[in-house]
Ligand binder design. Sequence first.
Ligand code: NAD
Ligand code: TYD
Length: 336
Amino acid sequence: MRILVTGGAGFIGSNFIRLLVKEHPDWHITNFDKLTYAGSQRNLADIESHINYEFVKGDIADQEDVESVFAGGFDYVVNFAAETHVDRSLYDPQIFFKTNVLGTQILLERAIKMGVGKFMQISTDEVYGSIKPPDYADESYPLNPSSPYAASKASADLLVNSYYKTHGLPIVITRTCNNYGAYQFPEKIIPFFIFKALNDERLPVYGDGSNIRDWIFVEDNCKALLAILRQGNTGEIYNISGDMMISNLELTKAILANLDKPDELVTFVKDRPGHDLRYAINASKIKRELGWNPRVNIEDGLAKTIEWYKNNLDWCRSVCSSEYREFYDIHYKDRQ
Ligand code: NAD
Ligand code: TYD
């Protein structure tokens, strides 16, 4: 089996490749990644010498790069490559549409030409927008994205579906809730707050911290993705939930408690514009059809994650490039 994983040097992609190597050591894995500020080959240092793994640097939004990497053909394509941070999409939206929409279209076009067996698009619960209680969004819920990031992901989902309807490309779309775990870039709330707390710095909670997210341990998500890749029905969408909905303030206090740091480190800052209040998905389809369930609860997952970051402070320093720091310093002043 030959599999192309785009964006495999990022957080979820690298965890997914690690799972693939464990579960399917005979599959030939090509990791195709532009290595933006969010991607690093250090995330896969432990498997880079695996005989069936190769890394190719390239951009999914560059036709020549994509044609070149597809030369030998693939049985599976899994598209993780994306710009992923909502806050950055507020200040610099164009790259989100270039990578997340145009890049996906270039991959789809190539996948048709090369007769790919299955194209799996990695999407997000953010495409549904903020969900009012008591609703939970199932896979047929209307798309109502709020941020440019979410709008770009929703656009890509529609595009992927159009290649199924028009060209019969065997696709599947996954929509997962917020992931956490090892190798997550420290701009996202959990690793960001772990580092702040370890340094006794203030943790900037947006608004009043009542926004609710559903959290899944990344290894649980990767198992769900692999199950969908192997057994998911063509043309279908699968929601993936961690069954763990908590507010940002509760989450922040759990991080502080684990690190034995005082709640006084919490500081409420100006809210994120268009900040979705509540993400809530109904993920009964994957449980019913594929028998997958999340296994790691938030207490254990958070403890494991915090332990990993404490033991990998060098990793954090090395991935936080000057490009990332400059962007952060310019745009996030009011959130420090
Ligand atoms: P990430 O930001 O950690 O990694 C993204 C990777 O994509 C990086 O390695 C980056 O270098 C690469 N990349 C970016 N632009 C590229 C391009 N033009 N060509 C090739 N590679 C490029 O992201 P993540 O958190 O691992 O998310 C992976 C996917 O999962 C994304 O599609 C995201 O929308 C989706 N997702 C993430 C979450 C989450 O909580 N992190 C939840 C649901 C869905
Ligand atoms: P984030 O990790 O950026 O993921 P997403 O926006 O994709 O859900 O943010 C998760 C939640 O945490 C979101 O409601 C915004 C909030 N947040 C803060 O309150 N402070 C922060 O410094 C960050 C980065 C996020």
